[in-house]
Each structure stands twice: as C-alpha cells, then as structure tokens.
Ligand binder design. Structure first.
Ligand code: ASP
Ligand code: MG
Length: 409
C-alpha cells in the first residue's frame, strides 16, 4: 500500500462532470489499495475572474486583501470534489490551507511554504477518507490567508507529498506529459517518458508552463518523484526525477521559446568601471528582472550594452535606462519587442562538446540572425527576431534528433 498525492488543475475540475471524473479517479486509486490525498485548483477561469473583480475596485490592490479574495476559488473546488466522492460511495473530507495547516511566510500573493502540520490529514487517512486539500493557499504565522502565486497548487501538492513522505506525487493536467517542445509549434514534438529535475526547472523557467517552477524546486530538494499526467487519458505520463547515467546520453532533451521578452540596447556607453553596476542597479531598484545581457568589445573607449527584460517592464525599463544614459553620457537607447528567445536544454551538454556550435549552425542554415547568446551548464539560449520562432524551434528539434518517428500515411 502506498500513499499517493494527486493534484488536479483547473481544467480537470472545470465543471461538475469533470469533478465527478476526478472523484472516480481518486476512488479507483483508493480501491487499488492506496491512501489518497488530492489537491485541487480553482475551476478553470475562476482565479482570473476573481483577479478581475479586484482590478475593478483598484489597480493597486493591497495584497493581503487580494489573497483573501483569490483564495476562495479553491474552497469551492474542494467542497464539490469531496461531495462528488461521497456521492460515489466513498468517504471524503476537505481541508482548506489553514485547516491542514500549511504555514507560509507573509509574502502575500507569492508566499513560500515554511512547514506543514499534517496531523488532521494523517488522522483522516487512517479513517479511510480520501482527503481533498485546497491548492494555492496557506496561512502565515499570524493566521492571515496567503496564496502561493499563479500555478501554486502544484507546489501545494509537492509540499504535501514531501511532508507526508508520499510514495508518489501525480500532477493531473490537460496534457499527457512533458513534451520535447510545444506541440502547437512543432507537430513532431514527442512526449518524454522521463526528465531530470534540473532540466524541468530550466524548461519551466523558460516558459514551458506545465509545472510551477517552485514545485519543481521543492520536488528536487526533497527528492519527490513527480508524475505529470492527463486527467483525460490513461497514458502513464512523464516522470520528473533525479538524473541518472542514461539521461546524459541525450544531448538535448527539450527546446523552449519565450516571446515575452523585449530587448533594450544602449549605444556608446563609456567603457569604465561602475557603468554596468549603475545601469543594472537602477533596473534592480525598480524590481525589473533582467535576463540576457551582452556588452560588445570596446572601441575608442565606448561599448554597446544590450539586454532583455519582460515585455510588461519595457516602458518602465526604457525610462530608467534613458535617464542613466544621459547621466553617463552614452549615445542613444533603442528598444525592440519583436524578439523571441529560443533555448535548448539538456543535462547531456555537460559532457558533450560542440552543442552550442551546432545550434548556431542550424540557425544560420535557416538564415536566422542571432542577436544575443547566453549559455549555462545545461542550456544555450539565442535571441532572434520573433517571426522566426516556429522555424527555429522546428529546425533545432529535427537537428538534435528529437522528432518523433514519422508515421506512414
Ligand atoms: N488557482 C490558482 C491559479 O490559477 C492556482 C493553481 O491553479 O495552481 O493560479
Ligand atoms: Mg497549472
């Protein structure tokens, strides 16, 4: 007998029929002899609807009160799913974050879980109840309602699995696993049977939105085996787990793209100590996250500095940088939001050479110009003109041997 934590996302509990389907799946797991804890999200669209109500009141909401509002979506889901399980003849109890208790820090809207006191869950499991827990929410040490950031139910599930020392954590969603790349962009994309925590972390931070990044960090830290599965099929899904030797043979495991960045370029920047610190210090002071950065070689005591920020931060960043540019007597500031970041990810890169060179070659063969490059131990990213996104992803997918075997017909 095993203890299993299952998490169902918004689409999986999108209406009452789907909730009945979730109930059937939980009961089947229990009938197979397992203790079952199920974490659910708000019904699809609900969190957005609640945030919209908040925005109709104010565009600068107090985050404590906003959390009070958005945490309600999950309360509806757990009650209905518990009722659906009971209606099908099994025992079920629902718990809100503070009832469990899931204790977080006080960073409203993106709180971090500090500890979980799961006695009530353990007790209910002993009584053979299926335990239904609200995702996304917790309470801080003062008893305030907190939420864990968008997609936070994934993290609730993984944290519960770690706290309860569960044998597996299964994340049910509307896709049947983690893919080599976005199947909407590349029809040859393949579902992966396994992927390492580290690769998943890179792909998640690059915009592959199957799992909340924090949930993967949590799973990696506590070595929780994490399954990504579809709630609409019986496909075994993808296992996110610790890296092993066989994974190193695959040089590139996945390709991600991100269209939500914009580039800023400052020309004629005086080449002297402290200038970069000044530019990026100002951006940091405004909480603007900078991603790729390049500085060209110095000519006549001047360099060009380019970097990317999230598209929503572009105008704020531009204002800040124009001011610094005047102060340091740089040339002009130019912006370009028509860019996309294409990244290849794989733990196998650590012991294979020439991976970046191959990526550049593939892009050049397609006539795609690379504007900025950045690399890490298991990732290479290139910034290109956004109209080339699909072409770049598909060409790289083929070149790195990721295409699924073509079927005849
Ligand atoms: N309902 C929350 C959201 O939409 C949390 C989640 O679904 O994971 O972000
Ligand atoms: Mg999600």
């Amino acid at each position: 007998m095993a203890l299993i934590v299952q998490k169902y996302g918004g689409t999986s509990v999108g209406d009452t029929e789907r909730m009945k389907n979730v109930a059937r799946r939980c009961i089947a797991a229990q009938a197979a002899g397992h203790d079952v804890v199920v974490v659910v999200s708000a019904m699809s669209g609900e969190t957005n609807r609640l945030l919209k109500l908040v925005s109709q009141i104010t565009d600068r909401p107090n985050e404590r009160e906003q959390d009070v509002v958005v945490a309600t979506g999950e309360q509806v889901s757990i009650g209905l799913v518990a009722l659906a399980i009971q209606a099908q003849g099994a025992k079920a109890t629902s718990f809100l974050g503070h009832q469990v208790q899931i204790v977080t820090d006080s960073t409203f809207a993106k709180a971090r879980i500090k500890r979980i006191e799961a006695e009530r869950i353990v007790e209910a499991l002993k009584q053979k109840h299926i335990v239904v827990v609200a995702g996304f929410q917790g309470q801080d040490e003062q008893g305030n309602v907190t939420t864990l950031g968008r997609g936070g139910s994934d993290t609730t599930a993984v944290a519960l699995a770690a706290a309860l020392k569960a044998d597996a954590c299964e994340i049910y969603t509307d896709v049947d696993g983690v893919y080599t790349t976005d199947p909407n962009v590349c029809p040859a994309a393949r579902k992966l049977d396994r992927i390492s925590y580290e690769e998943m972390l890179e792909l998640a931070s690059l915009g592959a939105k199957v799992l909340q990044i924090r949930s993967v960090e949590f799973a990696m830290k506590y070595k929780v085996p994490l399954w990504v599965k579809s709630s609409f099929s019986d496909d075994p899904g993808t296992l996110v787990c610790e890296e092993d030797k066989s994974m190193e043979n695959v040089v590139v495991s996945g390709i991600a793209y991100e269209k939500n960045e914009a580039k800023l370029a400052i020309s004629g920047v005086p080449d002297m100590p402290g200038v970069a610190a000044k530019i990026f210090g100002i951006l940091d002071a405004q909480n603007i996250v900078v991603d790729l950065i390049v500085q060209t070689a110095s000519r006549d005591g001047k360099t060009d500095v380019s970097f990317t920020v999230g598209k929503t931060d572009l105008s704020k960043a531009r204002e800040a940088v124009e001011q610094v540019a005047r102060e340091i007597k740089a040339g002009g500031v130019e912006t370009d939001s028509d860019v996309a970041k294409i990244s290849i990810v794989g733990v196998g890169m650590r012991n294979h050479s020439g991976v970046a060179a191959k990526m550049f070659q593939v892009l050049s063969q397609e006539g795609i110009n690379i504007q900025v490059i950045s690399t890490s131990e298991i990732k290479v990213s290139c910034l290109v003109q956004s109209k080339y996104t699909e072409l770049a992803v598909r060409a790289l997918h083929t070149a790195f041997g990721l295409d699924k075997p073509s079927t005849v017909g």
